[in-house]
Write a protein that binds this ligand. Structure first.
Ligand code: PMP
Length: 438
């Protein structure tokens, strides 16, 4: 295993990275186990973000490593166009069990971005298959993140991600985001104010007419834009409006899936069922890239009941890759055998209390959390948005904890296998960083 520094770092154009700054002071990870990474200098770094929100079971889970190793020796690749392999079917059935049979079908992709674009295409094709081809409009939300494909960018609501890429998809609208520091700061779990913002969907229906609207897509809890927890009653209201007007509701659960909120999915936490759900990340514990779209039976049935020639003409070479399926099956096994969600539930209150112990530290203007995900909002430095949190990120890494920052918000989403000592270490070191921040 190569644990030394690379001879050159110029060729790799790094994703979502301040490339100039990174290369001046790089952070290089060389191994990982359980709750910790090790960097190239041999320092242990507590993983406060489950990689990129994608390692709920902790690193180097032997069962997953073994399953992937066995599969690579047995079936390195198999197409899933007009043929298949057992693991792809087994995983799909097990995912239906895991979600309590609320969904009927699962479509495999390789990432969250692909899952989102797949779900949007499914929504459009579903209406068309039923003879409602006029329903082409898609509705996302401000401050929503749905990956980087053109579909996901279009329904996403992050200006910086969108601004360099032209007009994007036509016929897209956005609901307002629900973040409200004046009314909801320092809330625990779902904030009290803002459910009425869901009624903005009625306004869009009036504006465009329901017969033109295919789907609404939102993250139940926005992750990448700083852990924005929905106000009490908001999601239920959205569901009601969608039902009233025949609009499909898609939950993007790429971050909130697989136990992050102490339930299998966020839809279980909030008791609101979407028509489709996108996932990725925790699906394979981050070991092999994979995403998926879960769809209700009636969506799949619309294609099966349609006249011959109508199908969902869509798929990826690596949809249902054998290694990803092996990793997915083993991940579900780890969830069951090691009580991963049960542990998340047991740690939730301690995690929330530890988070709120940061109240009053310099620059902290909000603390919010739900399940095992937390956001810490800092007062921006005047004229330099994001600079304060970025400085915190760099110092935290130097002090041995991995945190994630977006703008001036720190996001925490540790592996769900953590114990109280990890929580103490994470928040203890973070308090130290915040206390010494300019
Ligand atoms: N949707 C959501 C809600 C996400 O958080 C992300 C990634 N953070 C994506 C989609 C995109 O996933 P990927 O990076 O795997 O394409």
């Amino acid at each position: 295993m190569n644990e030394s520094r690379p001879s050159s770092m110029s060729a790799f154009w790094m994703p979502f990275t301040n490339n100039r700054d990174f290369k001046a002071s790089p952070r290089l990870l060389v191994s990982a186990e359980g709750m910790y990474y090790k960097d190239v200098d041999g320092n242990r770094i507590l993983d406060g973000t489950a990689g990129l929100w994608c390692v709920p079971c902790g690193h180097a889970q032997p069962r997953i490593t073994q399953a992937v190793s066995e599969m690579v020796g047995q079936l390195d690749f198999a197409p899933t166009f007009q043929m298949g392999h057992p693991a792809a079917f087994d995983l799909a059935e097990q995912l239906m069990d895991y979600t309590g049979h609320k969904f009927g079908h699962v479509f495999y992709t390789n990432s969250g971005s692909e899952a989102v674009d797949t779900a949007l295409k499914m929504a459009l094709a579903y209406h068309k298959a039923r003879g409602e081809g006029g329903r082409t409009r898609l509705i996302g939300r401000e401050r929503g993140y749905h990956g980087v494909g053109f579909g996901g960018l279009s329904v996403g609501g992050i200006g910086n991600n969108r601004k360099s890429f032209g007009p994007l998809l036509p016929g897209v609208d956005h609901l307002p985001h629900t973040h409200n520091l004046q009314k909801n700061a320092f809330s625990r779990g779902e904030p009290d104010f803002g459910a009425e913002l869901a009624d903005e969907l009625e306004r869009l229906v009036t504006l465009h007419d329901a017969s033109t609207i295919a789907a609404v897509i939102i993250e139940p809890v926005s992750g990448s834009t700083g852990v924005l927890v929905p106000p009490k009653g908001y999601l239920k209201r959205l569901r009601e409006i969608c039902d009233k007007h025949g609009i499909l509701l898609i939950f993007d659960e790429v971050i909130t899936g697989f136990g992050r909120l102490t339930t299998p999915f966020a839809s279980d936490y909030f008791g609101v069922e979407p028509d489709m759900m996108t996932t990725a990340k925790g699906l394979t514990n981050g070991v092999v890239p994979m995403g998926a779209v879960f769809s209700k039976r009636f969506i799949h049935d619309a294609f099966m009941d349609a006249p011959p020639g109508i199908e969902l003409f869509h798929g990826y070479t690596y949809s249902g890759h054998p290694l990803a399926c092996a990793a997915g099956i083993a991940t579900l096994q780890v969830f069951r055998e090691q009580g991963v969600i049960e542990n998340a539930r047991a740690m939730q209150a301690y995690f929330e209390d530890a988070l709120h112990s940061l109240r009053g530290l310099p620059h902290v203007i909000d603390l919010r959390s739900i399940g095992l995900v937390a956001g810490i909002e800092l007062e921006p430095i005047a004229g330099k948005p994001g600079a304060r949190a970025y400085a915190a990120f760099k110092q935290a890494f130097a002090d041995g904890i991995l945190i994630r920052v977006t703008g001036d918000i720190i996001a925490l989403s540790p592996p769900l296998i953590l114990d109280r000592q990890h929580i103490d270490e994470l928040f203890g070191k973070l308090a130290n960083v915040l206390n010494n921040l300019d």
